[in-house]
Design a protein. Structure first.
Length: 172
């Protein structure tokens, strides 16, 4: 699946799908009220392993940990400017994500789309590496279950959270 035009996501009602979180909950993004920030990232590497062979050569692949840490560091500010919830989203398993969430001390849950249900239903942009289907980096601001704003591509993962804060401030 190759999607290059994420403008089709604007105004889209999210499908009623439950995704497993690192908090051992099932979350249906379509049912959440208020503004929800979902940043999609390809994958975090295991702490004792290097990245997938050729990872550094894939445009936009690097930066998942710095992106998550930036959302962690700006979490209070995101909440203060109107984000009722913040989630990271990847196609990795919940068990794998739980290790990363714990290691990075994330104050929010990560969502697993391991079965690619949300990815396929919304036609989110993906790529393949290391035999896996991975999400391209993008951020959605969802209001009452409808995509209000999309940031894609996210070329500087470390600045993504600040971009979301700026958007939320100007849209208040």
């Amino acid at each position: 699946m190759i999607v290059t035009d994420t403008k089709s996501l604007l105004g889209m009602k999210l499908p009623a799908l439950k995704l497993r979180t690192t908090n051992a909950e099932m979350i249906d993004l379509s049912a959440l009220q208020g503004r929800t920030v979902v940043y999609a990232y390809p994958r975090t590497s295991p702490p004792n392993e290097g990245p997938i062979e050729g990872w550094d050569l894939i445009p936009g692949a690097r930066g998942c940990t710095p992106q998550s840490c930036a959302f962690r560091d700006h979490f209070g500010e995101l909440k203060a400017v109107g984000a009722q919830a913040v989630f990271g989203l990847s196609t990795q398993s919940t068990a794998f994500q739980a290790e990363a969430a714990d290691r990075l001390h994330l104050p929010f849950a990560l969502l697993s789309d391991e079965k690619l249900e949300l990815t396929k239903a919304m036609e989110l942009p993906t790529f393949e590496a290391g035999g896996m289907v991975l999400l391209k980096r993008l951020t959605m601001i969802i209001k009452d279950g409808v995509v209000e704003h999309v940031m894609y591509p996210v070329s500087d993962p470390e600045q993504n959270a600040e971009g979301v804060i700026a958007y939320l401030k100007q849209s208040q």
